[in-house]
Design a protein around this ligand. Sequence first.
Ligand code: SAM
Length: 285
Amino acid sequence: MTASKQERMLAQYDQAMSEAVQQAYYGHSDFYNYGYWADGATCQSEASEALVEKLVSFIPQKRGKILDVACGLGASTRQLLKHFEAEDIQAINLSEVQLAKGRTNAPGVQFTYMDAAHLSFPDNSFDNVLCVEAAHHFKTRDAFFKQAYRVLKPGGRLVMSDIGGGPKWVWQANLLKDAADLKAHQEKAGFEDVLVDDVTDDCWGGFCRNLKRWPSEARSRGELDTKQFLYIWIFSRLYVPITGIGVKKYFLTSAVKPVTAAGGEAPNADGTAKSIDPAPPQTPR
Ligand SMILES: C[S@@+](CC[C@H](N)C(=O)[O-])C[C@H]1O[C@@H](n2cnc3c(N)ncnc32)[C@H](O)[C@@H]1O
């Protein structure tokens, strides 16, 4: 049986995240995102940390239960421990390899194998949902919005960074025209107070500039041997134009489930209740 597009994407993440040279690029921080560079980050790990801090800053009251969706190797989850108690944090991913690393990065946090588009949590479980740079991969982003809305308590908040990918790079259903388009998708799922910032240059732009200068800088610091230097130098020159075909836009968003929401999914347009059940527990394929 051939691997599905989703399985290939997940396997690529597992492989890339375990490469020594990529770990060196991320300063062994276990982050894997483009980062936020507008607050003065001087290296990738600082920018990746700044991205999560920026998203957490959208949450006015840092208390209650929070879900880290598509938690990668658990670096964003570890950062949540600066603001939330471990027992109030849950993290999910579709990779057992990444979840295992996450458990060592954020002890005390519950890490679960789960698809962001098919959450198994009951309605009204969380005060906040965080999702860093992953929703463009979900099948689909809209299905995730419905689920995030369902598992949030009334008044709860979804904060996320997201990529407006180009054709052939994301599922057709996940194509986004612009910030207004992303806002419309979140509002359709029932969210209000939706704020979307186009930060393409502050995130993707900063990453591209850093990736280009990093191989020579790391080589002069003695962090790379010749083979690693050549590999990452070539990679850095190819990655930006090739991935740039897909990374058209980069957004930060904050959206609130109305305090008046009855719970569960947003009602139909005519006000009748929609039924949506939590997905059953999922087991790794
Ligand atoms: C760019 S990485 C971001 C990782 C992490 N949030 C960070 O900032 O370091 C994208 C992540 O999305 C995860 N992912 C992709 N599709 C998913 C899905 N349907 N459900 C849960 N996680 C998913 C991948 O395994 C990967 O960890």
